[in-house]
Design a protein around this ligand. Structure first.
Ligand SMILES: Nc1nc2c(ncn2[C@@H]2O[C@H](COP(=O)(O)OP(=O)(O)OP(=O)(O)O)[C@@H](O)[C@H]2O)c(=O)[nH]1
Ligand SMILES: [Mg+2]
Length: 585
């Protein structure tokens, strides 16, 4: 099925044309018929010569009912732009065209009506000029008279050509049905209607009532007054809903596929040039909905829109922003449905810079770069699917940021090993927080050589390997023993009592926890740093004897300790008797 909406100035013959094309009455209300004026949307349909069915959404032309016109055209992919031959281009012709152009509707016809009243040529030429440079510039033109029937066959043929050229939307696409009517049917309960632009609806489907998150079930389904089990967009549909009061549903509410849309009140948008000034207080029109919003311009054509109620949106959605005062309209493309806050200094300008570099239709890469991390499911809620590889099961990560995080994690693990040789590296949770990662599994995914995870800690492979518990305990006993006199290394016998036999000492040295200065002279590794600190406090250069008393130890320890520090470059000999601290540590 194809759905085409009418558009055009009041009294230009839109409803009459729909009547002639379909034999159905689009003006449903007694008041409309009495006044000969369309107030609300009308619906009618027919079969085209090709066998395709065509549904028509008839909109009001009167300027007072522009809201209804917007709700009618909003979800429809093609239009008939109607201009009366005897009146020509009029204000609402222009206003409707501006809406069509802002929405980017490219498929349509220019229909010059009332051709029996005046030569249609002039009106057609005038309209052509107006259409030039808009989304409808390639629209085919047909002149008709609904009174004499002139041109009606040609119009039907043109509508057939138009529908043949319309893109076929995906039946798998997530559903978003903008309700345009809601009423109760005796014995059935609540029924809603709308134009389904894409995707498939079936009896038994569970849908979300957009914005509220309430689940509803499709009890019955009709398309063009016929009972169906299933229908794919584009189509006019009527849904009988289970468990819904009439007060829950009204025009502008959307029914959506669960877990596929972001119900959002804050969006970043790209604005196309408008036909007038769009003020701070404006109205977003999307589908059949109109939502009051506050516009904050971030850059030339980038803005943040804060809405007064949540709406189910996708990145890439086209919509209209309208200033009800000036009646100006601007086309809008939704760039981000979950934009980050702009509280930090300079963040608005940064956001504008980034967003203005995005293509017309944002890609998942754009979104992942902006958000740094997104779950696959979050991306789906934004209306995009994963194009790059997933990390840690379900996450998408910006590659540049990911590489930087890997380096950062390695640095953290190395400095952890230096800070506390007894507990080298850092815990996965601490790493997660330090790197600002939303999920522990991302830390695990970041770990690659020379990093590894052992016992819930991120370690550097080439740094201290973990020691057996017995050796760790022995090192702890040694530390306790040296608490008051850190440089009085125990005698060999005492070392044995502490559990620091030859093998344990070797393991401790390998792990970087102990230093073995000479046979039977063993100190904890951190003593090195302490010694340098104390020696640096001495008058330089200093003698071995001065070092011995400063460190409060014996010659047995101080001589090999100084040689060890020489070797590390912390100290150096000045002459045969003295040394100084190099300051290179
Ligand atoms: N002579 C002549 N009159 C027409 C033709 N088409 C429509 N009319 C008349 O024009 C008047 C307006 O027609 P409608 O079809 O109600 O116009 P409309 O565009 O639907 O008007 P709104 O819905 O109020 O915007 C009616 O009196 C119609 O009878 C036509 O082809 N020839
Ligand atoms: Mg009408």
């Amino acid at each position: 099925m194809h759905v085409v909406a009418t558009a055009g100035h009041v009294d230009h013959g839109k409803s009459t044309l729909v009547r002639v094309l379909t034999g159905m009455e689009p003006d449903r209300w007694a008041e409309e018929r009495r006044r000969g004026l369309t107030i609300d949307l009308g619906f009618a349909w027919r079969t085209l010569p090709s066998g395709r069915s065509l549904a028509l959404v008839d909109v009001p032309g009167h300027e007072r009912f522009v809201g209804n016109m917007l709700a009618g055209i909003g979800p429809v992919p093609a239009v008939m732009m109607v201009v009366a031959a005897d009146e020509g281009w009029m204000p609402q012709s222009a206003e409707h065209l501006a809406v069509i152009d802002a929405l980017g509707v490219e498929h349509g016809l220019l229909v010059v009506t009332r051709a029996d009243r005046a030569d249609p040529e002039l009106a057609e030429e005038e309209a052509r000029l107006e259409l030039d440079g808009t989304s409808l510039q390639h629209a085919e033109a047909v002149a008709v008279s609904s009174v004499t029937g002139q041109g009606i066959d040609a119009l039907v043929a043109a509508l057939d050509r138009l529908s043949a050229a319309l893109p076929v939307p995906s039946p798998e696409a997530p559903v978003r049905l903008w309700i345009d009517r809601a009423f109760t049917v005796k014995g059935l309960g609540t029924v809603v209607t709308g134009t389904l632009p894409q995707g498939t609806l079936s009896v038994g489907d569970e849908l979300l009532l957009g914005g509220t998150g309430r689940r509803v079930r499709v009890r019955g389904l009709q398309s063009l007054k016929r009972q169906v089990d299933s229908v794919t967009g584009v189509a006019r549909v009527a849904l009988n809903l289970k468990g819904v009061e009439l007060s829950d549903v009204s025009r502008g509410v959307a029914l959506v596929t669960p877990e596929r849309w972001t119900a959002t009140q804050v969006v970043d948008i790209r604005l196309r040039p408008s036909n007038g000034t769009i003020g701070r207080e404006c109205v977003l029109h999307i589908g059949s909905a109109s939502i009051v919003g506050r516009l904050r311009r971030l850059g030339e054509d980038i803005a943040r829109l804060t809405l007064t109620r949540p709406v189910p949106l996708h990145v890439g959605d086209r919509a209209i922003l309208r200033d009800p005062g000036s009646r100006a309209v601007a086309g809008v493309t939704v760039l981000d449905v979950r934009p980050p806050s702009l509280v930090k200094r300079g963040s608005a300008a940064r956001a504008a810079r980034e967003l203005s570099s995005w293509p017309a239709v944002p890609t998942s890469e754009n979104l992942v770069r902006r958000h740094r991390f997104l779950r696959e499911a979050e991306l789906a809620l934004m209306g995009r699917s994963a194009e790059s590889d997933l990390v840690a099961g379900t996450w998408l990560v910006d590659p540049a940021h990911w590489a930087a995080l890997g380096d950062q994690l390695e640095q953290l693990a190395r400095s952890g090993a230096e800070r506390d040789p007894l507990r080298p590296g850092l815990s996965v949770e601490v790493a997660r927080q330090a790197l600002g990662l939303p999920d522990k599994r991302l830390v695990e995914a970041l770990v690659r050589a020379p990093l590894r995870i052992d016992g819930g800690r991120v370690l550097v492979e080439d740094a201290a390997p973990l020691l057996p518990a017995g050796v760790l305990a022995a090192v702890d006993r040694l530390r306790a023993e040296l608490a008051t006199h850190p440089f009085r290394a125990p005698e060999s016998a005492r070392l044995g009592e502490l559990g620091l036999t030859g093998k344990a000492v070797a393991a401790g040295v390998r792990a970087g926890m102990l230093i073995r200065l000479a046979e039977g002279v063993v100190l904890p590794r951190e003593t090195e740093r302490k010694a340098v600190e104390i020696l640096a406090g001495l008058r330089q250069p200093f003698t071995a004897s001065e070092a011995r008393s400063a460190l409060d130890t014996s010659r047995r320890v101080v001589i090999p300790l100084l040689e060890h520090l020489d070797e590390l470059g912390h100290t150096e000999r000045v002459d045969a008797a003295t040394r100084r601290v190099t300051g290179r540590s």
